[in-house]
Design a protein around this ligand. Structure first.
Ligand code: NAD
Ligand code: WQD
Length: 345
C-alpha cells in the first residue's frame, strides 16, 4: 500500500524528529530541504535510529519551477508536512524581506505544486507567536490571534490565513495547522537533536552550550517580570512528543476525520516554567553548575505564555507525555554526544 509522505524541511530540528516517527509508523518519506539551516548528516542519524534512510532531494522551495518538477515526480504522495521555513526571530526583524520571501514563497510553491499533482492534504508548522501577547491564559485555539512581534511570526500568521483561504476554495483540500509552543529536547538516543548554526537564539541550546563550555555565560533576559521569580514563563514541549503529534494529525487527515477543512491545534505541555526554573532543573539533572547572570529584558519578549492543549487531546488523541526533566536531560545528552564525537554539523 502506498504510504508516501513529502516532508519539507525534513533535515531540520523538528522535521528530522518527525521523519523518525513517520518511518517508525511505516510511512515512506521523501525529504525536501535546501540545507540552509541544517545538515545532510541528519539523514545518516535518522538511519542510525530507524534503520532506514529517507529519500532526500536538495531543493530550494522558494523556487517555483524546481518545486513543481519534484512534486510531479512524487505525485503519488498522500500528504505534505511543511516544516521548511527560516525561523530566526531577531534576523527577521533586521532582514524582513528575506523572511517574507523565503517563508511565503516556500508555502505558496508547495501548495501550488502539491495540488497540481492531486496531493490535497497538508500539515503546517505554525507557532504560538500567532497569539501575540495573549489576553488570557492558558491560550486556547479560540484565543484571538494578533500581530506577532516579528516578521518571522507574521509569516506564520499570514501563512495560516493563506491556507485557510485556500481550503475554502480548493475542493477536497484539507489542512491542519499545528501551533508549537517552545520545542526543546532531543531524541532519547542522543543521536539526533537541535543543531543551531552560530550562536543560539533560544534558551535551551544556550544553556547546554554554556554548560559545555562553548559559550561563556548565559544571559537571563529580564529579572523584573511580574512572575513568581521575576523571569519570563514559557510552555516547553519535548520535540519527540511534538513529532508524534504530526502522526496523529496526519492520521486525522488521511482518515478524513476532520470537522473542518482547516483546523488548528496548540501543541504544548499545558505548563509554564520560568527561565530560572529551567536553569535550576538543568543544574539538578545534569549536576553541572551554570554560569549565568540576570540582564535587561530582550525586546519583543512577553511575560508568560502557556497552552491549553485540550483540543489536541480531544480531537487528535495527543497529549505531551515527557516531563521537563526528560526534555532537559535529552538536550544535555545530545550536547555531550556532539562534544565527544566532534560531529558538530
Ligand atoms: P530548522 O531551521 O531546524 O528546520 C527548518 C528546515 O527548513 C531547515 O532544514 C532548512 O534548511 C529548511 N529550509 C528553510 N528554507 C528552505 C527553502 N527555501 N527550501 C527548502 N528548505 C528550506 O527549524 P525547526 O526548529 O525544525 O522548525 C521547523 C518548523 O517549525 C519551521 O517552520 C519553524 O518556523 C516552525 N516552528 C519552530 C519552532 C521552534 O522553536 N523550533 C517553534 C514554532 C514553529
Ligand atoms: C525562552 C525564554 C527568553 C535565551 C521563540 C520564538 C517563537 C518560537 C519559539 C518559532 C524567554 C529567555 C532566551 C537566552 C534567556 N519559535 N532567554 N536567555 O522567545 O519564547 O520563542 O522560539 O516559532 O516564535 O519567538 O523562546 O527560547 O528564545 O526564549 O533568558 O539566551 O528564555 O527571554 O523568556 P521564545 P526562547
Amino acid at each position: 500500500m502506498n504510504r508516501k509522505i513529502i516532508v519539507t524541511g525534513g533535515c531540520g530540528y523538528i522535521g528530522s524528529h518527525a521523519v523518525i516517527q513517520l518511518i517508525e509508523n511505516q510511512f515512506e518519506v521523501v525529504v525536501l530541504d535546501n540545507l540552509s539551516n541544517s545538515s545532510e548528516a541528519n539523514l545518516g542519524r535518522i538511519k542510525q535510529i530507524t534503520g532506514k534512510q529517507p529519500l532526500f532531494i536538495k531543493v530550494d522551495l522558494s523556487n517555483s519551477e524546481a518545486t513543481s518538477k519534484i512534486f510531479k515526480r512524487h505525485n503519488d504522495a498522500l500528504a505534505v508536512i511543511h516544516f521548511a521555513a527560516l525561523k530566526a526571530v531577531g534576523e527577521s526583524i533586521n532582514i524582513p524581506l528575506k523572511y517574507y520571501h523565503n517563508n511565503l514563497n516556500c508555502l505558496l510553491n508547495t501548495l501550488n505544486s502539491q495540488t497540481e499533482n492531486g496531493i490535497n492534504k497538508f500539515i503546517f508548522s505554525s507557532s504560538a507567536t500567532v497569539y501575540g501577547t495573549p489576553d488570557e491564559l492558558p491560550i486556547t485555539e479560540k484565543s484571538i490571534t494578533k500581530q506577532p512581534s516579528s516578521p518571522y511570526g507574521n509569516t506564520k500568521k499570514i501563512g495560516e490565513e493563506i491556507i485557510e483561504d485556500y481550503c475554502k476554495t480548493e475542493l477536497n483540500f484539507s489542512s491542519i495547522s499545528l501551533r508549537y509552543f517552545n520545542p526543546i529536547g532531543a531524541h532519547e538516543s542522543g543521536i539526533i537533536g537541535e543543531l543551531p548554526k552560530g550562536i543560539p537564539n533560544n534558551l535551551m541550546p544556550y544553556i547546554t552550550q554554556t554548560a559545555a563550555g562553548i559559550l561563556d555565560k548565559l544571559k537571563v533576559f529580564g529579572g523584573d517580570y511580574p512572575t513568581q521569580d521575576g523571569t519570563a514563563i514559557r510552555d516547553y514541549v519535548h520535540v519527540v512528543d511534538l513529532a508524534q503529534a504530526h502522526i496523529h494529525a496526519l492520521n486525522r487527515l488521511l482518515n478524513q476525520e476532520q470537522e473542518a477543512s482547516f483546523e488548528t491545534f496548540n501543541l504544548g505541555s499545558n505548563k509554564g516554567y520560568s527561565v530560572l526554573e529551567m536553569i535550576q532543573t538543568f543544574e539538578a539533572v545534569s549536576k553541572v553548575k551554570l554560569n549565568y547572570e540576570i540582564t535587561e529584558r530582550r525586546t519583543g519578549d512577553i511575560t508568560q505564555l502557556y497552552a491549553s492543549t485540550k483540543l489536541a487531546e480531544e480531537k487528535l488523541g495527543w497529549k505531551a507525555q515527557r516531563t521537563i526533566e526528560e526534555m532537559i536531560l535529552s538536550s544535555w545528552k545530545w550536547e555531550q554526544n556532539l562534544l565527544s564525537k566532534k560531529n558538530r554539523k
